[in-house]
Design a protein around this ligand. Sequence first.
Ligand code: HEM
Ligand SMILES: *[C@@H]1O[C@H](CO)[C@@H](O)[C@H](O)[C@H]1NC(C)=O
Ligand SMILES: *[C@@H]1O[C@H](CO)[C@@H](O)[C@H](O)[C@H]1NC(C)=O
Ligand SMILES: *[C@@H]1O[C@H](CO)[C@@H](O)[C@H](O)[C@H]1NC(C)=O
Ligand SMILES: *[C@@H]1O[C@H](CO)[C@@H](O)[C@H](O)[C@H]1NC(C)=O
Ligand SMILES: *[C@@H]1O[C@H](CO)[C@@H](O)[C@H](O)[C@H]1NC(C)=O
Length: 254
Amino acid sequence: MKAAILSALVAVNLVLAGFDTWSPPGPYDVRAPCPMLNTLANHGFLPHDGKDISREATENALFDALNINKTLGGFLFDFAITTNPKPNATAFSLNDLGNHNVLEHDASLSRSDAFFGNVLTFNQSIFDETRTFWTDETLDIQMAANARVGRIKTSRATNPTYELSELGTAFTFGESVAYIILIGDKHSGTANRSWVEYFFEHEQLPLHLGWHRAAELFQEIDLDRYMDEIQNLTEATAEVAPAARQRRSGHFGW
Ligand code: HEM
Ligand SMILES: *[C@@H]1O[C@H](CO)[C@@H](O)[C@H](O)[C@H]1NC(C)=O
Ligand SMILES: *[C@@H]1O[C@H](CO)[C@@H](O)[C@H](O)[C@H]1NC(C)=O
Ligand SMILES: *[C@@H]1O[C@H](CO)[C@@H](O)[C@H](O)[C@H]1NC(C)=O
Ligand SMILES: *[C@@H]1O[C@H](CO)[C@@H](O)[C@H](O)[C@H]1NC(C)=O
Ligand SMILES: *[C@@H]1O[C@H](CO)[C@@H](O)[C@H](O)[C@H]1NC(C)=O
């Protein structure tokens, strides 16, 4: 009897991870300023409680859900681990990522600046500002560049503690690329706006709208190429270019 109950529980546990299952965070679960890691926890690709996430768990979740190269997943984990204040940590929790000015930065697309509010939760008014730059049913890198610039201008003008470090700047480029390419398509460099909006607003993969895991691996070379492109398109608008253009060295381009 006990064994039967146990194996039933194990079976349920196995089912509670993947594209077909989703549940919002409970009262003891923690979440991140990152809409995608939250999404993966809601689906159970990452631990649903959002806590003590290892390198292997990170690499597997990003690969299983999004077909991200595991070396690239490990590279992102190496950034994540720097947000855990414990010395020599080998895991991070999603809320660690909210520690201000480690990775978390001002001028986010869907979060308030730390000065004004909670960076771990979706903020509708911030996101509504971002959406004003998404001017077509199909989003492209230029629209992502414009939204990023728009949010930076607003933050700079309104937040007396506004700050965007070099690493923060690199992350803003990477994040803008990520929602276009991983919700959308790495060959066209475009994404369906309603899928992207659904993803940000619900922290759920928009499978029911037609999204599916990309057939091809997403590689570091793809990330670098599109980060280069969004930076070029930002400079073309002559707005909020980085102080000095960094020469790229492969790793995250910085
Ligand atoms: C281990 C992997 C990852 C780590 C450590 C990570 C970390 C972070 C952090 C710290 C932020 C907050 C930055 C801010 O202050 O706005 C963030 C934002 C973001 N992340 Fe992730 N992330 C990861 C993977 C991904 C993936 C695979 C995607 C794919 C779509 C993604 C999409 C985004 C987006 C779009 C934002 C911007 C949210 C906003 O500006 O409101 N991330 N991520
Ligand atoms: C993953 O990326 C690494 C480094 O960019 C590369 O050496 C490796 O071949 C890639 N793996 C696959 C399966 O393509
Ligand atoms: C962390 O690692 C360093 C170098 O390996 C070691 O000297 C230090 O004692 C470790 N700290 C803790 C708290 O384990
Ligand atoms: C959302 O962001 C706005 C602008 O920064 C801020 O005034 C508001 O308090 C935030 N809301 C929450 C719930 O953090
Ligand atoms: C975007 O996805 C929706 C389904 O949510 C679909 O109705 C629409 O035709 C798609 N738009 C484009 C431009 O492919
Ligand atoms: C970005 O601009 C540089 C310098 O003009 C150019 O060499 C590079 O090919 C551009 N990259 C992309 C992806 O457009």
